[in-house]
Write a protein that binds this ligand. Structure first.
Ligand code: FES
Length: 574
């Protein structure tokens, strides 16, 4: 691919001029053992590596970074690996969501401040996909996202186990006394059998599939299991292709359009993807200056049935999805619903990307005419309890709960809920609606994944496995149940959720997309007028920046000062 002679590489400002500063830049590259032939005049590729010792989903990233470098060298580029925060979903507390925007800011500043012309982003574990992409979209240098890939299927006593989904399921059985400690430990050992992300349709496989649909990953990349030998080959291809993209000056905002985001929404619905993706997509679109609203999600959810038969809504796992043809095959089944003219990092269109794709197992990847359930994958509910909307995943709930009225049982925060939920004398029935307050963007903080409130032990023993649960928190994409999430505005800033009291009747009707507190409006207003903000302020550090600038869930939870497409200034080089 020929370089455009009119266009100068950004990195030339560091290496290619004759002054004291560039003497230092060149001299220090030589210090590292590189020769002029290695870096002079070549596209410099940042490899943003979210590896850490404590992120099992990215445990293969040290070797994958080398494989990406191999591709960069092959194509005549100069690779520079830059570590970024790893955001291990399981270990970071209170939640990685608190730090998604910090990662986005870190990536933006890493790219801005270093002599690089383009980037390969290495991510996959939940927030690392939107976090790295948000930063790269703002910086708008040529970028490819290299997905970590899902781990292998879990296995326990001859049964297939899915990340998260089966943990919740068997935990409920343990709480009900049906599983003993030894069996539980065996399950622990069989749940996660290789490096790679969760392999149910949680946030990681959802976000990497949507990233590929948006055109920001190579064709088919998102479905390859992390431990499959195709994965390192894909990594090397990312390295080769990014060098070409730098020559072509193909940038994220040349690829991202409202139509490409609507394509991602279509795929999200057909996958019954994680509810978290709704927040991330809105934030990513905001970085590209594209309007995306909860109403877009709801409109497409009514049109697009769930056709990916993957847990928690379906039966299979990501490894099965790959063997069934992967995302390219899945996109081909949705072709009539997609705008196939959209660009991708591969250089052609989405239509080019899926040419020749075949479905090898039509029980895993179903045709549009044979969805896995009559329930939609996502519903946006509104009403006096959630004026700015809230989210539910009807396909993962017991159908009887999709229209329900019941008395509220209110927990004022997570600690209150933990202290109360398993009390034998808890005044609760299967008809109650469990309400968790103060789990939102500021209240959590970071909207922890508390939204799948546990079923009270007392009811588990009676055989109850699902109830209506409402919160301003999120839930893991691997979770399931009649959980209503992301209530906006949140309780912590005086949203109507703060006005709910024990015994109030709450009604939901998914068909009508409604959620209401059956209390007179004047009484709700009176309670909110008397409402006192919870006693928790953030005096210093990142939490303070976060609390002062975070937007609500329906707006994507980005920082107000990072939204939009204002140009990122180039650093002065003195
Ligand atoms: Fe990393 Fe699920 S814990 S993707």
């Amino acid at each position: 691919m020929a370089d455009d002679p009119k266009r100068e590489l950004r990195s030339r400002r560091w290496y290619g001029v004759s002054d004291l500063r560039s003497f230092n830049h060149r001299s220090r590259e030589l210090q590292m053992g590189y020769s002029y032939d290695d870096f002079m005049g070549k596209p410099v590729v940042a490899i943003i590596n979210t590896w850490s010792d404590i992120n099992p989903c990215h445990a293969h990233f040290r070797t994958r970074a080398e494989e990406i470098k191999r591709g960069v060298w092959q194509a005549g580029g100069f690779p520079v690996e830059l570590p970024a925060m790893s955001l291990a979903e399981i270990f970071v507390k209170p939640t990685t969501m608190l730090y998604r925007n910090l990662l986005a800011l870190e990536v933006e500043e890493l790219l801005r401040s270093h002599p690089v012309d383009g980037a390969v982003l290495m991510g996959g574990c939940d927030k690392t996909t939107p976090g790295t992409l948000m930063g790269a979209i703002s910086m708008n240098l040529p970028t490819i996202f290299m997905p970590a890939g899902p781990m292998l299927r879990g296995n326990y006593a001859g049964q297939t186990l899915g990340s998260g989904s089966d943990v919740w399921k068997y935990w409920a059985e343990k709480q009900a006394g049906n599983i003993d400690e030894t069996e539980w430990r065996s399950m622990e050992a069989g749940m996660a059998r290789s490096f790679g992300t969760c392999m149910t349709m949680g946030t990681a496989p959802t976000m990497t599939a949507l990233t590929e649909t948006l055109g920001l990953s190579l064709p088919g990349a998102s479905s390859i299991p992390a431990a499959d030998s195709s994965h390192p080959r894909m990594a090397t291809l990312c390295g080769r292709r990014i060098v070409e993209m730098i020559h072509e000056d193909l940038k994220p905002r040349d690829i991202l359009t409202r139509a490409s985001f609507l394509n991602a929404l279509v795929v999200h619905m057909a996958l019954a993807g994680s509810t978290n993706a709704m927040i991330h997509l809105v934030a990513m679109a905001g970085r590209a200056g594209i309007e995306l609203s909860l109403d877009d999600f709801d409109r497409l959810a009514r049109e697009i049935p769930v056709t990916a038969n993957i847990r928690p809504s379906g039966a299979y796992l990501m490894e099965d999805f790959y063997y069934a043809g992967g995302l390219r095959a899945f996109l081909s089944t949705l072709a009539e619903k997609l705008d196939l003219t959209q660009k991708t990092v591969a250089g052609g269109t989405l239509g080019d990307q899926i040419k020749g794709a075949k479905v090898y197992n039509d029980d895993v990847i179903r045709p549009l005419s044979n969805p896995i359930s009559s329930a939609v994958g996502t519903a946006i509910l509104r009403g006096n309890l959630a004026p700015d909307g809230c989210v539910m995943k009807p396909s993962a709930a017991e159908p009887r709960l999709l229209k329900h009225s019941g008395p509220a049982l209110v927990f004022r925060d997570y600690n209150h809920m933990q202290a109360e939920i398993d009390r034998e004398d808890l005044d609760v029935t299967a008809d109650h609606v469990l309400v968790l307050q103060n789990g939102g963007p500021i209240g959590g903080p970071g909207m922890p994944e508390w939204g799948m409130l546990p079923i009270p032990k007392k009811l588990l023993k009676q055989g109850v496995r699902d109830m209506v649960r409402i919160s301003d928190a999120r839930m893991s994409g691997t979770s399931y149940g009649a959980c209503i999430l992301h209530v906006a505005p949140e309780a912590y800033i005086g949203g109507p959720l703060a006005a709910v009291r024990n015994g109030d009747i709450i009604s939901i009707d998914v068909e009508r997309r409604s959620i209401n507190l059956e209390v007179r409006e004047a009484e709700i207003a009176r309670r909110l007028a008397e409402w006192v903000p919870p006693d928790r302020t953030y005096q210093r550090g990142y939490n303070r920046i976060y609390a002062e600038h975070i937007r609500q869930a329906d707006k994507g939870c980005d920082f107000d000062f990072l939204e939009g497409t204002a140009p990122v200034p180039e650093p002065e080089i003195h």
